[in-house]
Ligand binder design. Structure first.
Ligand SMILES: Cc1cc2nc3c(=O)[nH]c(=O)nc-3n(C[C@H](O)[C@H](O)[C@H](O)COP(=O)(O)OP(=O)(O)OC[C@H]3O[C@@H](n4cnc5c(N)ncnc54)[C@H](O)[C@@H]3O)c2cc1C
Length: 384
């Protein structure tokens, strides 16, 4: 039986020859894949368009680095193939993430909600763990390499302005379109499209909601623990409880990020500022003593001016949009999982693998997106 060039390279690998692997993108997924692949004895190069590794990782979790969650399930993800997400997660679980990170150093602990952070609560220190380990493993890291072309003839040829390299396998871990100040502007999808891959429609997720500025005037900076209900044409679309932060142009906070995955322009947000207190009690207390010690005083003044205590448990706002990709934490959409095999290798080009946010997988807020970055990196490292 004739072997393709890639099959021959894989054959050689099993017979002691080292694979030359190029990882495009030095973010969470790219660094994890590089560590895992280098530990398996491969020669690995990371090409990063920026001047530093893991810039986005260093900003995660409000700078504290929420790396995974003890309540892990594929139901917390959006994708064209959630069953494959489940299989990839089951091969590298939240426990494996902690073990993997601790294998490089550090201690990682969950909070009361299951969100796992480094004990130091410093996301930049997680990036430093990766940097140290990549150095120890002699992974070659080349900065300022904005890859603009990947082709395959007898092996892969990866090009950027002013340079090129060849590799036996490529891991495309160049992220999505969210938060372009971290080097992710969506241009990397074209590298996959060059091999015939499609890209599903993209939208910003985990992002602030815009509201009519008049509706939130004077509330900027006030943070509450509220119940949030999202309504569309009098139908409840979604409901969640958590942090809501008023901003100049609308709403931010954990609960809002979760809701943003479901929200559309024109939807109504209904906030209950005292979800644990029955309406009758709010009414009795406010009609006797006003809003003092009921809600934040700035909010209380605004509610009183707008119509009174009924708004404490039923404060409506109109969604006029989101702050868009530049302010989003993740991208909804990407390269369909259906176009990859179980190890996230392209079904269109042998030896081309995908890891992280570039794929059509995004998770809710709480460590799920980094878990996907690590689990997908693991699948790729097993595939190669
Ligand atoms: C502010 C913020 C906070 C977040 N907080 C959390 C959190 O607490 N928990 C959580 O789970 N998730 C969080 N996320 C989401 C999470 O950070 C991402 O989903 C994750 O980093 C994706 O990893 P990645 O490696 O796929 O992509 P990225 O981390 O985006 O890395 C991609 C890398 O590829 C490089 N690159 C892009 N194109 C090219 C190219 N053509 N050539 C060479 N290099 C290229 C980029 O410069 C970048 O360094 C947060 C995101 C943001 C923006």
């Amino acid at each position: 039986m004739g072997l393709s060039i890639i099959d021959k390279k894989i054959y050689l690998l099993y017979h002691g020859n080292m694979m030359k692997i190029c990882v495009i993108g030095g973010g969470a997924a790219g660094m994890a894949a590089a560590v895992m692949l280098a530990r398996r004895g491969n020669s690995v190069t990371i090409l990063e368009r920026g001047e530093r590794l893991g810039r986005k990782l260093s900003a995660t979790g409000n700078g504290q680095g929420n790396v995974t969650n003890t309540h892990m399930s594929a139901e917390f993800y959006f994708s064209d193939d959630r069953e494959k997400v489940a299989r990839v997660l089951s091969r590298f679980s939240e426990g494996d993430t902690v073990e993997f990170l601790e294998s490089m150093g550090g201690i990682f602990l969950p909070d009361a909600r299951g969100r796992v952070y480094p004990a130091s609560r410093q996301a930049s220190a997680v990036t430093d763990l990766f940097r140290r380990e990549l150095e120890r493993l002699h992974v070659n890291v080349v900065f300022g390499t904005h890859v603009n072309s990947v082709t395959y003839v007898e092996d892969f040829c990866i090009q950027w302005a002013g340079g090129q390299m060849r590799a036996d396998a490529v891991v495309l871990a160049a992220g999505g379109k969210a938060a372009k100040n971290f080097g992710t502007d969506g241009t990397a999808y074209a590298l996959a499209e060059g091999f015939g891959h499609t890209v599903t429609p993209l939208s910003p997720a985990l992002v602030q909601l815009r509201c009519d500025p008049k509706e939130v005037r004077g509330l900027k900076g006030i943070r509450v623990d509220a119940n949030l209900i999202l309504m569309r044409q009098n139908r409840q679309i979604y409901s969640t409880r958590g942090d809501v932060l008023f901003t100049e142009s609308g709403l931010s906070g954990d609960a809002v990020f979760r809701a943003s995955s479901h929200a559309e322009k024109g939807d109504r947000v209904i906030l209950d500022f005292l979800p644990d207190v029955p309406a009758e009690k709010v009414h009795a207390v406010v009609s006797r003593g006003g809003m003092l010690c009921v809600v934040h005083s700035g909010l209380g003044r605004m509610l009183a001016a707008k119509g009174g205590e009924g708004l404490v448990k039923n404060f409506p706002l109109t969604v006029t949009g989101t702050l868009g990709f530049d302010y989003a934490q993740v991208t909804r959409g990407g390269i369909p999982l259906k176009e990859t095999d179980e190890n996230l290798m392209s079904m269109l080009q042998k030896g081309l693998f995908f890891a992280g946010e570039i794929l059509n997988v995004d998770g809710v807020c709480g460590g799920y997106n980094l878990q996907w970055a690590f689990s997908s990196a693991h699948a790729v490292s097993e595939g190669i």
